[in-house]
Design a binder for this molecule. Structure first.
Ligand SMILES: *[C@@H]1O[C@H](CO)[C@@H](O)[C@H](O)[C@H]1NC(C)=O
Ligand SMILES: *[C@@H]1O[C@H](CO)[C@@H](O)[C@H](O)[C@H]1NC(C)=O
Ligand SMILES: *[C@@H]1O[C@H](CO)[C@@H](O)[C@H](O)[C@H]1NC(C)=O
Ligand SMILES: *[C@@H]1O[C@H](CO)[C@@H](O)[C@H](O)[C@H]1NC(C)=O
Ligand SMILES: *[C@@H]1O[C@H](CO)[C@@H](O)[C@H](O)[C@H]1NC(C)=O
Ligand SMILES: *[C@@H]1O[C@H](CO)[C@@H](O)[C@H](O)[C@H]1NC(C)=O
Ligand SMILES: *[C@@H]1O[C@H](CO)[C@@H](O)[C@H](O)[C@H]1NC(C)=O
Ligand SMILES: *[C@@H]1O[C@H](CO)[C@@H](O)[C@H](O)[C@H]1NC(C)=O
Ligand SMILES: *[C@@H]1O[C@H](CO)[C@@H](O)[C@H](O)[C@H]1NC(C)=O
Ligand SMILES: *[C@@H]1O[C@H](CO)[C@@H](O)[C@H](O)[C@H]1NC(C)=O
Length: 365
């Protein structure tokens, strides 16, 4: 079990990276006001019970990874007050219930990556996202400075995360600041796909697969011009596939299979490049790439509307693939020491295994 006093150290502690161990029991409960914790990763353990409410004291927290444990709690809506929180991953736990039922507006001012997949959340998709406009091509990381024998070592610890994008679970070790993704798949969300999602124009990946969503696909999803992966499969969506989706020119992965969609597949360029498995399991769908041809009564839809097409052909066409996969060591400040797997031993019993980029600076004198 984790020592319960661990949270009390949080005045000086910046990273708490305990992932991929065999800890069980509760998470340390008391995080004091003025905590300097910026990253917490307890993923891949067997932690149980509720999340400590005092996590809301960690006002500098940017990165919270709780994935692959056995937490059973409601959604931590009280973390919405954290001004810096950018990444919240909770996949593969036993979280449940309706999100944000008790509150009308949800804050989470800087949240960019939210992974709620494989839980038991119910109710409608909550408005968890501000209209994100960060536009940085640096990688998300946290600099930690600590003294060692007259040196200061500045260690830049990169955000790392396991995400299912383009159909594969992958461990990403570099994430661009500008990256934004939502994965709420494999839950019990119901109701319609909310219109506000069409306003999250920075989204790169949206996965709402395997829920019980109804209604039609909002045509506003066509505004998500940066989207590279869209998975709406295994819901109860009905109606036509909106012609506006043909505007998603960066899509490298698209799946609307196993819904109740009808009518012709829009004959725009991008949507036809996907395998027919992306469309199967919709009895009423027809047209290429499905073998079923459309009858006469289902004439092809009119060409895409041209309103608000001003910025089409944007300069981003070179960025077709996800940009955060691999990185050279970009920073000009790097002296050039790269250590994979730096094991730092503190107080004998606590091992923090940090994979990152290390910068060395020599202290004066
Ligand atoms: C941790 O801090 C809380 C509140 O400041 C205090 O009540 C508790 O005794 C402390 N626990 C330990 C193990 O120091
Ligand atoms: C997790 O632990 C396993 C062995 O227990 C190891 O093979 C694997 O590399 C670890 N993964 C990470 C990301 O540290
Ligand atoms: C921590 O701060 C919050 C508000 O900033 C306050 O409500 C709470 O009482 C404080 N807790 C402690 C233990 O000082
Ligand atoms: C979700 O709830 C059902 C029953 O309510 C339960 O059988 C299932 O194991 C739960 N799944 C998770 C991931 O907690
Ligand atoms: C984002 O950055 C790129 C390159 O720096 C620039 O061309 C583009 O206009 C910026 N977009 C926004 C919305 O600021
Ligand atoms: C979406 O999430 C499901 C699991 O809920 C996963 O099987 C699927 O591969 C994901 N889709 C994409 C495009 O990554
Ligand atoms: C990602 O890392 C976790 C543990 O850190 C490991 O269990 C899992 O197998 C890894 N997944 C992939 C696809 O490498
Ligand atoms: C989307 O953004 C527009 C313009 O900023 C705003 O008028 C509209 O209310 C937003 N829609 C939703 C559903 O948030
Ligand atoms: C599919 O939609 C049709 C109407 O378009 C409806 O009659 C039918 O019950 C729906 N099927 C399912 C499985 O939801
Ligand atoms: C579509 O995907 C299936 C399964 O992944 C594969 O067997 C099939 O060859 C693919 N078809 C095409 C046309 O790529």
């Amino acid at each position: 079990m984790l020592p319960q006093c661990l949270g009390n150290f949080s005045d000086g502690l910046i990273l708490l990276l305990l992932g991929n161990n065999s800890f069980h029991g509760m998470m340390p409960q008391s995080y004091t006001n003025g905590s300097s914790l910026r990253m917490i990763d307890v993923s891949h353990n067997q932690l149980q019970g509720q999340l400590p409410r005092s996590l809301a004291n960690c006002v500098m927290l940017e990165y919270l990874v709780l994935s692959n444990n056995q937490f059973s709690d409601v959604f931590p809506i009280w973390l919405g007050t954290l001004p810096e929180l950018k990444l919240l991953a909770m996949r593969h736990n036993r979280f449940k219930g309706v999100i944000g039922q008790s509150r009308t507006s949800v804050d989470f001012p800087k949240l960019r990556i939210l992974d709620l997949s494989y839980n038991n959340f119910t109710g409608e998709i909550p408005p968890l996202f501000p209209d994100i406009t960060v536009n940085k091509s640096t990688y998300m990381s946290i600099d930690v400075v600590y003294p060692v024998d007259g040196f200061y070592i500045v260690q830049s610890v990169a955000y790392t995360i396991t995400l299912a994008i383009k159909g594969l679970d992958q461990n990403y070790s570099r994430i661009l600041e500008g990256f934004a993704a939502i994965d709420i798949s494999s839950n019990k969300f119901e109701g319609k796909i909310p219109e506000f999602i069409g306003n999250l124009t920075e989204l790169r990946s949206l996965n709402i697969s395997s829920n019980i969503l109804t209604g039609s696909i909002p045509s506003s999803l066509g505004n998500l011009r940066n989207l590279e992966s869209l998975d709406l499969s295994r819901n109860k969506l009905s109606g036509l596939i909106p012609q506006q989706l043909t505007k998603l020119t960066f899509l490298g992965s698209f799946d609307v299979s196993h819904n109740n969609l009808t009518g012709p597949i829009p004959q725009g360029t991008q949507l036809l490049t996907f395998n027919s498995t992306s469309y199967e399991g919709n009895a009423g769908l027809c047209g290429d790439p499905l073998p079923k041809k459309c009858g006469n009564q289902e004439a092809p839809q009119p060409p895409p509307s041209t309103e608000e097409d001003g910025d089409s052909g944007s300069a981003q066409t070179l960025e077709f693939d996800l940009k955060f996969c691999l990185a050279g060591i970009g920073s000009g400040f790097v002296v050039g020491v790269v250590l994979a797997d730096v094991a730092i031993t503190r107080r004998q019993e606590l091992f923090l295994k940090i994979v990152g980029m290390v910068r060395l600076m020599i202290r004066k004198g």
